[in-house]
Write a protein that binds this ligand. Sequence first.
Ligand SMILES: Cc1cc2nc3c(=O)[nH]c(=O)nc-3n(C[C@H](O)[C@H](O)[C@H](O)COP(=O)(O)OP(=O)(O)OC[C@H]3O[C@@H](n4cnc5c(N)ncnc54)[C@H](O)[C@@H]3O)c2cc1C
Length: 448
Amino acid sequence: MAKNLLSTFRTASRLATSSHLKPAPTPKCHPRHFSLTPRRRLMETSGFTEEQLTVRDAIFKICANFSDDYWMERDQTETYPHELHAALAKDGWIGIALPEELGGSGLGISEATMMLQTIAESGAGLAGAQSIHANVYATQPVAKFATPDQRDRFLRRIISGEWRTCFGVTEPNTGLETLKLTTTATKDPSGDSYTVTGQKIWISSAQVATKMVLLARTTPLEEVKKPSEGLSMFYIDFDLTQPGLEAKKIRKMGGRAVDANQVFFDNYRIPADSLIGAEGQGFKIILHGMNAERTLLAGEALGLGYAALTKASTYARERIVFGRPIGQNQGIQHPLASAYMHLEAAKLATYHAARLYDRSNPERPDYDASITQHAVGVACNSAKYLAAEAAFTACERSVMSMGGMGYAADYHVERYLRECFVPRIAPVSREMIMNFVGEKVLGLPRSY
Ligand SMILES: Cc1cc2nc3c(=O)[nH]c(=O)nc-3n(C[C@H](O)[C@H](O)[C@H](O)COP(=O)(O)OP(=O)(O)OC[C@H]3O[C@@H](n4cnc5c(N)ncnc54)[C@H](O)[C@@H]3O)c2cc1C
């Protein structure tokens, strides 16, 4: 496992010094009067494993090819960062948490979270991480529940970077009430295919994806004992040139380099062997990916928060007003210091959740049978909540401590602030996490 990773690391190191990437076009922007180059990385890395630190080092090296101005320009022109996906795929990083026999690295969500955090922290922000993350988390239930033949056909080309995945769960009329979703997949009498009809919303990367993890109802809600039954998970070809499938971009506040879409299915035909696992068991199956997604998103939020604090503290050291650096004033220093401590606390929660997720997997050598799925769910939800809030605090304080320049696109923190709302809203909102902890941990009556 580590050998595979280390060879990837060596390739990645070579890549970092190569100039295969075209430099991003220099956007027209105002000259900067202050350096934005950090003196050092802010996150305390003691206690991480050698593998996690190797991942961090290698990903920073790849991301060094993508400047802050590259990400600013991608955001302003709403252009997909294809080059980052290509660079990571070239060195095998897309398959970081997918099985070695399919060409992946066979590492865990602990290492994948570090990868996504590092992408965000490098200055790529949520947009950079979101251009990658569905390929990492949405493929987890496929790897676990698909047949060997399906895994072979579906995952190799994701790992190589030839294909990209999007994740189709949210619907316009049901929102967070996932079990009520109304998109249907109906099996044709021949049994060879299903036809899908319905609508999804907020589907990231649908404009560039070749595959979609789709959750659809195969048995009407009225005919099942529990609402969590009768939903099925499919791994479908997502081909916008085919009849019955359409995607429309949604204009949004941040992360504009990565498209979000409304997706319309109108009798869209998919082969029967797009079904993953047993029909009707899709909700349980997809949950496996959802806990991984919460952890990855927590890591991405942390990365964004550390990136913002790095910019703000660099600026606060250099900006002189009233004859001294603004960072010498406690009114600037203390809010940044407390934001840092919140990030560090959320970091512990995030990597604790990732560890529980990984060690609850019976296929791993470090499997711990005492870790329940309830414990994993509580840890992953709590980490996502804490990291999202810590990132928001860090981004908001960074903007405010930089005064007018915090509001200038050239200084990047305004972009981070716009992006940091995503982990607070998605994939599950703050309120629903509170509801979950209130009911399932504190034993309080269900409030909704
Ligand atoms: C940028 C972005 C990218 C996304 N990418 C994807 C994607 O790729 N794939 C995908 O499937 N989805 C995606 N989503 C969707 C995301 O997961 C949903 O937006 C999220 O789950 C919230 O659902 P909703 O927007 O329908 O909110 P709603 O369900 O309409 O809720 C609205 C508000 O009401 C609150 N609320 C609702 N019910 C309760 C209650 N009982 N108690 C307390 N508060 C309540 C919620 O917390 C929330 O604040 C994305 C969203 C965004 C913004």
